[in-house]
Design a protein around this ligand. Structure first.
Ligand code: UD1
Length: 342
């Protein structure tokens, strides 16, 4: 049985579906702090059955211990449950260190008690900061974090690495995501940002549907071809499949080391203006946007060298930027319909 923490969240829910598709039995833990129980209905439709769901506050050590006592048949953990808003982390660092690191420690303590298991960690390309060389390989230097959020990903990786070093039966993979976007093609699950989206693609789709007046493009004077920042936008379903590939690698004992890291991206960089153009192409409508000042903390360019994930995880992306943006737009229209229905 595979435990998916944060399994009702954006990447978590898509991963649960891919795990079910591959015949894994899944148990979802979520505290619903940044997700909705209705996501379970979408998962149920796509999986053909309703996975077990437990509402657990992972910050509560006793709740974590009780949970692992109850479910002794867990053989793998994919740990998504964490906070991810960069700006909020600057204002509330302790909230981030507690949610993203204390929880990680409690989980690892339980896995250690179990005698070890297979563990997948959600990390981020934010660990590379402004990389010296592009595309970014896993060997690139980890740069000092520019936010408490970014720091939780770096320190989280170190905590896992050090724990694996002295517990050979604990096998872990950290997956460094580039920019996940898009939604499931069924329209049953997708991203559900609470409040004003901080990320580019949900902000674009919310502007186009009329929830936001206009998109602010943060800076057009960067040293890139069109002056806007470059990122590697990866379809969430492709990303979800990489989690299953990583887990299978550990479960089948194909890992070379008991702690490994992989980049997950498409390998292709796209500028903010290219993302807007792609949106306009797939939606057939023009987007209201203006150029504003740079956003503090943004790196100029980040895109992945995906060779290691391609070769070792035998994982390839299936979707391009246009596919991913189209799915995000379909999803936005779908949730508007459902929320205005009654
Ligand atoms: C951000 C975080 C990253 C984190 C990820 C989690 C920062 C600096 N980085 O990535 O650490 O792992 O979210 O989801 O916050 N943009 C606009 N207008 C907007 C929103 C974004 O122009 O309203 C631009 C940004 O300047 C950037 C690109 O779009 O160039 C992507 O931004 P975003 O979606 O926020 O992702 P990252 O900043 O790459």
């Amino acid at each position: 049985m595979i435990l998916v923490t944060g399994g009702l969240g954006y990447i978590g829910s898509h991963t649960v579906v891919e795990l079910c598709n591959k015949g894994h039995e899944v148990i979802i833990v979520d505290d619903l702090s940044n997700s909705q129980l209705s996501v379970l209905d979408g998962i149920e439709k796509l999986c053909g059955h309703r996975p077990i769901f437990e509402r657990v506050d992972l910050k509560d050590k006793v709740e974590v211990m009780d949970f692992f006592k109850k479910y002794q048949e867990i053989t793998g953990v994919i740990h998504f449950a964490a906070l991810k808003a960069v700006g909020q982390s600057v204002d509330q660092p302790l909230l981030y260190y507690e949610n993203n690191l204390v929880v990680l420690i409690y989980l690892l303590q339980e896995l250690k008690k179990m005698g070890g298991t297979n563990f997948i960690f959600s990390s981020s390309c934010t660990v590379y900061g402004e990389a010296d060389k592009l595309p970014i390989t896993e060997a690139a230097t980890v740069k000092p974090a520019t936010s408490p959020y970014g720091n939780t990903k770096q320190v989280g990786e170190e905590i896992i690495r050090d724990t694996c070093k002295v517990n050979p039966k604990l096998k872990a993979i950290a997956l460094r995501y580039f920019n996940p976007i898009g939604a499931h093609s069924s329209g049953e699950i997708g991203e559900l940002p609470i409040g004003v989206p901080q990320n580019l693609v949900p902000f674009i789709t919310q502007t186009a549907i009329g929830l936001r007046e206009e998109l602010s493009v943060f800076g057009d004077d960067y040293p890139t071809e069109d002056g806007t920042c470059i990122r590697d936008y990866v379809h969430v379903v492709d990303l979800a499949k990489a989690h299953v590939a990583a887990l299978d690698r550990l479960m089948q004992g194909r890992n070379d080391l008991n702690y490994e890291v992989f980049n997950l991206g498409t390998g292709k960089g796209s500028s903010v203006l290219e993302v807007i153009q792609s949106f306009e192409r797939v939606s057939g409508q023009s987007l209201n946007y203006k150029i504003v000042d740079r956003r503090p903390g943004d790196v100029i360019q980040a895109y992945a060298d995906t060779k290691k994930a391609n070769e070792v995880l035998e994982w390839q992306v299936k979707y391009n930027l246009g596919d991913a943006i189209k799915s995000a737009w379909d999803w936005e229209q779908r949730i508007k319909k459902t929320t205005t229905k009654g």
